[in-house]
Design a protein around this ligand. Structure first.
Ligand code: NGS
Length: 282
């Protein structure tokens, strides 16, 4: 009797896992470097749940992914980023949310600590198994660059246009990177001690090595990105000093001693926006 059958008996029910490789991928995709304002964009992208969350309609996603974006004062970049990322992630049939972690106050930018905060806050919302740590100025050019977390931590932004599509050095873990929840917790997250530009990603690269994990990568013809232009930040003169004693420091400095003041959380149409006030301990 057709009427007594439940949904699971039909092939395309929401209980079937999505295909391992999404079927509607295009490969190389167009990257727009301009967009309407964030407010205007909100009326264009209408298939999201509050907080910039999405699940595929026709199948059960294989990956629960939180995209964590450290942020300060880059509203135009953020609009371009969200305009690009939402359709990109949806084609990949991911169960995802985008978390923008904004540093307010006057302290130097602490990218790594914002990423720790983003991961912690995302886990308060949903049972994410995978984190993609994503600079707001990087736009993926190929949708075969799947935003999931594989066996090993994955450095995603291998080939960036402004670096002539070449990996600057082997240990690089900056730009865009993916780690599953258990690896991220195993390495105690990122350091909270890098205020200003540079070193925090190399420190994570070392943490990964201390725990005998390896950095994996997609091939450079797939892991391609366009970088939006901006003025270069001033490097942190203490970064090399902080990087020393990394193995010992990693045991305490990270998720385990993460303290911050969450000033606001907003479930916006295109993202969850978390504003935090952080400053170096005296
Ligand atoms: C290294 C930095 C990294 C940075 C990388 C690429 O020198 O944090 O350059 O930067 N390490 C230190 O400063 C210790 S980039 O060329 O993308 O601006 O990610």
């Amino acid at each position: 009797n057709l009427y007594l059958r439940n949904e699971t008996e039909f092939g395309n029910s929401s209980y079937d896992l999505c295909p391992e490789t999404p079927i509607n991928l295009d490969g190389h995709i167009t990257v727009l470097k301009t967009s309407p304002t964030l407010e205007e964009l909100e009326s264009h992208i209408t298939n999201l749940m509050p907080g910039g969350r999405f699940k595929p309609f026709h199948c059960k996603a294989r990956h629960k992914v939180a995209i964590v974006v450290p942020y300060r004062d880059r509203k135009q970049h953020l609009a371009v980023f969200l305009q690009h990322l939402h359709p990109f992630l949806q084609k990949q049939e991911l169960d995802y949310g985008i978390y923008v972690v904004e540093q307010i106050g006057k302290s130097l930018f602490n990218r790594a600590m914002l990423m720790n905060i983003g991961a912690a806050e995302a886990l308060r919302q949903y049972d994410y198994q995978c984190f993609i740590f994503h600079d707001v100025d990087l736009l993926p050019e190929d949708d075969r660059n799947i935003y999931s977390c594989p066996e090993m931590p994955r450095h995603m932004s291998v080939a960036v246009d402004v670096f002539d599509y070449k990996l600057p050095y082997q240990g690089l873990f900056g730009g865009v990177s993916a780690m599953n929840r258990s690896h991220f917790e195993k390495v105690n997250g990122f350091s909270n001690m890098f205020w200003g530009w540079g070193g925090e990603d190399d420190d994570m690269s070392n943490r990964i090595r201390y725990k005998k994990l390896l950095i994996s990568r997609y091939p450079a013809n797939i892991a391609r990105y366009v970088m939006l232009s901006h003025s270069k930040a001033k490097p942190n003169p203490s970064r090399f000093r902080v990087m020393k004693n990394g193995a010992k420091r990693a045991q305490v400095d990270g998720l385990k001693n993460l303290r911050y003041k969450r000033v606001k959380i907003q479930f916006m149409k295109l993202c969850t926006w978390i504003s935090v006030d952080i400053s170096p301990k005296e």
